[in-house]
Design a protein around this ligand. Structure first.
Ligand SMILES: Nc1ncnc2c1ncn2[C@@H]1O[C@H](COP(=O)(O)OP(=O)(O)O)[C@@H](O)[C@H]1O
Ligand SMILES: [Mg+2]
Length: 227
């Protein structure tokens, strides 16, 4: 079983008469329980890679499979449905909604789906992430680390099979960053997610199962334990 699979995926952008190849032909896969780090310089194609996996944009060529099923080739409406069910996004700081409490950030999924919220699951998740006592607080009352934990809780709440995190610790100091990444690693294993985290911070890759380097749109796996 593969949680994520990319087959010969590339992405080009037209810029006037020039074509930018943001992602060159890429084959990639990740299994349930695998925590993958992507590092690489700014502009190398990391976010393009992540948003293509998440179905926020489509590849120019090639195909993305989620849970062994075609994903990128689906029609927009079907793709949005699958994305909602299977993908959890965690972005850099402040993708929380300012006028909702921590708990309401999670319950929003139910509002959209017109379903009842699972209060037990919410309490359990907030407890696991150590923010239960912050359930009724607004984002402005939280520290950076607490906000990212809330964002992780929200991403996990609808039980996606894939977690995509684009520099989730960019706004945190090293200690908080490590804390957040440890939680991500734990949840990835515990709940058999496939998690892909883009990061600038080399130290965080210690908590990942595999590390890939993106350079000029080319993704290469790095051999582990160079220490
Ligand atoms: N929507 C877009 N239109 C045109 N060029 C883009 C677009 N998105 C990304 N690019 C270009 O693709 C390359 C990779 O970008 P990106 O994936 O954001 O890199 P990273 O996340 O590693 O910083 C860059 O040269 C960027 O300018
Ligand atoms: Mg980026």
């Amino acid at each position: 079983m593969k949680s994520i699979e990319l087959k010969k995926v590339n992405k080009q952008f037209k810029d006037g008469r020039k074509t930018i190849e943001a992602l060159k032909e890429t084959n990639f896969s990740a299994e349930p329980g695998e925590f993958v780090a992507i590092i690489g310089p700014s502009g190398s194609g990391k976010s393009t890679f992540l948003t293509i996996i998440g179905g926020l944009q489509q590849p120019t060529e090639g195909e993305v499979f989620i849970q062994n099923e075609p994903f990128s080739n689906l029609q927009e409406k079907e793709r949005a449905k699958r994305r909602f069910k299977d993908i959890g996004f965690i972005l850099q700081a402040s993708n929380l909604i300012p006028f909702l409490t921590v708990k309401e950030q999670l319950q929003l999924v139910n509002k959209v789906e017109k379903t009842k919220s699972d209060e037990k699951k919410i309490d359990q998740l907030l407890t696991e992430l150590g923010i239960l006592e912050l359930a009724d607080k607004y984002p402005r009352d939280l520290s950076g680390g607490e906000r990212q934990r809330a964002a992780i809780a929200r991403a996990l709440y609808h039980e996606p099979s894939v977690i995509l995190a684009d520099e989730p610790t960019a706004s945190l100091d090293t200690e908080r960053a490590i804390e957040v990444v440890k939680i991500l690693a734990h949840e990835t294993k515990e709940k058999s997610k496939a998690t892909i985290m883009v990061t600038h911070d080399e130290r965080l890759t210690d908590y990942c199962d595999s590390v890939y380097v993106m350079k000029d749109g080319v993704l290469n796996k790095r051999e582990k334990s160079r220490k």
